[in-house]
Write a protein that binds this ligand. Structure first.
Ligand code: GDD
Ligand code: MG
Length: 341
């Protein structure tokens, strides 16, 4: 049984700016809860309760929010890097917390991968490393993984140029590792799984396997993907173990929110505490509104995520966008498209 995992939380999430200017990517609110809480709930469902966060960007924001993990029913350890050590270097830095077969997750992945089944595969193959593989239309932004018919990895190509793409199966950023492979990772220096450890293990002819799966998988690396994840959860395309009770098409509205009787809300929507929705406002889900948002008279919102304290002026119209905390949208302003600051 798998009981330990490391979640990688580094980098500024450059393609998510300005949203990640002062919030690390894994703390972005998803259905009004930090993304990492969903990941922790996912691991907990599989009995993985000894979780180490390998942190290199804004670690204090995460530590002060999650604490020792007891609120989430898990134990959280922290391995903080003085400067970014890369994906494998960050796990090496967490080595004191690892003493049995463990999982590693990129901190920006949402998936419903059956990790128990992946572990069975890993054990059956007697692998030292098993890499979950997901199929994508365009692999160029990912790590391509070529395998033999039995799943043994032949080749990695990280971020391939179009002519080097030989398969659509990519590294899903979820691994199962035997602790002994960490002896190949240099201590205290920058080292990556993708370009360093995995190719090195192949050279040494160590058993590295790919585990293909067809479930839900999303890398929340851009604001479009971030919006898409919120919408997919609202529409019940995938469920979160953190908020399992969400019902498709439903409107979940906090009791202390005020909605004018002439306002119209079409689900799926989540309306946070103390929100105020004025007369003839029109909300067409999927929509998430954080706490203390105000939607002015006649304003319309469609397929959007609003963080806390957003003000939408009278007659304004928003579609397909993410609005960060405390933003003021002026009367009659129109916003179409992602990520406003
Ligand atoms: N602690 C720590 N320190 N974490 C790091 C560091 C570091 O120095 N560098 C990156 N990370 C974390 C990121 O925060 C993220 O959670 C994860 O490692 C992967 O980094 P990304 O920057 O999101 O990489 P990517 O999405 O371009 O590519 C990776 O993920 C793809 C799947 O989404 C690679 O693993 C690809 O091969 C893979 O296909
Ligand atoms: Mg990523």
């Amino acid at each position: 049984m798998l009981s330990q995992a490391v979640i990688l939380v580094g980098g500024q999430g450059a393609r998510l700016r300005p949203l990640t200017h002062y919030i690390p990517k894994p703390m972005l609110p998803v259905l009004n809860r930090p993304f990492l809480e969903h990941t922790v709930a996912y691991l907990r469902k599989y009995g993985i309760t000894d979780i180490t966060l390998a942190l290199s960007y804004l670690p204090e924001v995460i530590q002060s929010y999650l604490g020792d993990g007891s609120n989430l029913g898990v134990q959280i350890n922290y391995a903080v890097e003085a400067s970014p050590l890369g994906t494998a270097g960050a796990v090496k830095n967490a080595e004191p917390y690892l003493d049995s077969t463990f999982a590693v997750l990129n901190g920006d992945i949402f998936t419903n991968l059956d990790i128990a089944d992946m572990l069975t595969f890993h054990q059956h193959k007697r692998a030292k490393v098993t890499i979950a593989l997901t199929w994508v239309d365009n692999p160029s932004a990912f790590g391509v993984v070529e395998t033999e018919s039995d799943g043994k990895v032949k080749h990695f190509i990280e971020k391939p140029s179009p002519e080097r793409i030989t398969t659509n199966w990519i590294n899903a950023g979820i691994y199962i590792l035997e602790p002994e492979v960490l002896r190949h990772v240099p201590e205290g220096s920058h080292y990556m799984f993708e370009r360093g450890l995995f190719p090195q293990l192949l050279k040494l002819n160590e058993p590295v396997y790919g585990y293909p799966f067809r479930g839900y998988w999303l890398d929340m690396g851009t604001s479009e993907k971030y919006l898409c994840l919120n919408c997919d959860l609202l529409s019940a395309k995938v469920i979160s173990h953190l908020i399992p009770g969400l019902n498709r098409d439903g409107v979940s509205c906090k009791a202390d929110a005020t909605v004018h009787p002439s306002a119209k809300i079409m689900g799926p929507a989540v309306i946070g505490s103390r929100c105020r929705i004025d007369r003839r406002a029109y909300i067409r889900g999927p929509v998430v509104m954080g706490e203390d948002c105000h939607v002015g008279e006649g304003a319309s919102i469609e397929r959007a995520v609003l963080w806390t304290g957003v003000h939408i002026g009278t007659g304004a119209s928003l579609k397909q966008c993410v609005i960060s905390a405390h933003t003021r949208i002026e009367d009659n302003e129109q916003i179409i498209g992602c990520a406003n600051s």
